[in-house]
Design a binder for this molecule. Sequence first.
Ligand code: NAP
Length: 520
Amino acid sequence: MKTLRSYVLGRWHEAASGFVPLVDPSTEAEIARVSSAGVDFGAVLDFARDHGGPALRGMSFGERGELLKAMSKALREHRDELLELSRINTGTTLADGSFDVDGASGTLAYYASLARGLGDRSALVDGDGVQLARTEAFWGQHVLVPRPGAAVLINAFNFPVWGFAEKAACALLAGMPVITKPATATAMVAARAVEIVVEAGFLPTGALQLVCGATGDLLDRLGSQDVLAFTGSADTARKLRDRESFLVANTRVNVEADSLNAAILGPDLAAGAAFDLFLQDVAREMTQKSGQKCTAVRRVLVPAGHADAVAEALVERLSGVITGNPTAESVTMGPLSTARQLADAESGVAELLDNARLVHGSGRRADGVGAAQGKGFFFAPALLRADDPRAAGAVHRREVFGPVATLLPYDGTAAEAAEIAALGGGTLVTSVYSDDSGWIGDFLSRGASSTGRVYIGSESSSSAAPGSGVAMPQTLHGGPGRAGGGEELGGLAGLRLYMQRVALQGSREMVEAVAGSEAG
Ligand code: NAP
């Protein structure tokens, strides 16, 4: 059986004990084992700070961008292999795997192209300069400079390649060395992605290290110039964030966590392109990656008068989903990734049933097409309905991380839509479907602050809209409240986490000369 290794201190480290087995979620056959036993985390941090950091900071943005370009190319060249590993390790169909793998190479390529525009700079100018006195003899300008610590990137199980790449792209471009830790359950595909990049040989020593398995005392060792970028459940985030050492050192922590994303149908739509887009998006965002996306639709708000018709149309679409082993040609949705996710999805639906009823699906494990009876973590789509959304506590509280959503009829006003959406306590994305800009504007003024992104589905966007679940590197990924309060991506804004913002003050001539020579 394959033993996954960590890449630390410039070499591959294979543990001798403490293994956790990984299984193929379609067959439950063991495929690999993982352990980080024996890794010296103090040395790992020093290696990043002493070797990777100086090497990266010695490069311009343009040069670091070339590294990202090469990473993107290396991943693209191994696309088929990574997709196959994704199927074995996470249970994805080809399309679902490519969402992760192509998302990774695409995000790296995007940041590489941004870097080209920054050229020889080694610091970023942030905003416009401002006159601070009666004359230009005293002037202010913000700049962003790389932090001399290490960036520890902890990722969730559901995006083993994209999760690594989207964080690493920003950290490396900012000039920070990366220590990446994939979720143990899906570390096989993440570890191979890192191995591909390391083997290609273009990264400076210490710029990228990989920890497969537990992080030992790594987090306790982080200091004021280090960064922790975490993606995972709100529960884990709370535990990680609360550590004394972070409070003492003010270690920068970014959290991307749970989200009960809402899709909202406006009152003007009962047919037409935007209405079709809504149905198509909701069905896809429920079932893509078997619903294991932080941006998946969990709550579907529909004007009460349309609720029956929407339920019927969604059930028709969901009935076409074929759940099973992705090796079977007819299968359109794979299993959940782990036994733990399956148990969690089953108990989650049971909890939702306190406040909602099933319209479609069983909310329990099912046998999969092309899989042995009783084997595999298969879970067919489940649609629920709660006719009293304000009293549907669990629906607004419990993230069921599978192909599960709840239909919530509302009165059709933007006010009630915003009020109900906000019950989720903060989301990564809210999708709103309407051709009425006045209604959407009203919704935004009431409800936009509850989410990190508003995706507007209308007739005018229907030909190009990719679906609300796509986290595009050009725009912000993150959200308030239970979504973690973090911010990732969003073009150059994504680099801020890994850089120190400094206010330069002096004469305009001097500040511009310094910022200019430093920042171009
Ligand atoms: P999880 O159980 O919270 O684990 C997330 C990561 O934290 C894993 O790498 C895990 O490693 C690590 N971890 C757990 N305890 C740790 C500790 N004490 N010290 C250091 N690392 C620790 O979450 P998950 O089940 O992988 O992912 C599902 C959740 O992630 C869902 O709630 C989903 O909404 C959320 N998510 C959010 C986003 C977003 O962008 N907002 C994206 C994807 C997923 P091990 O696997 O080794 O325990």
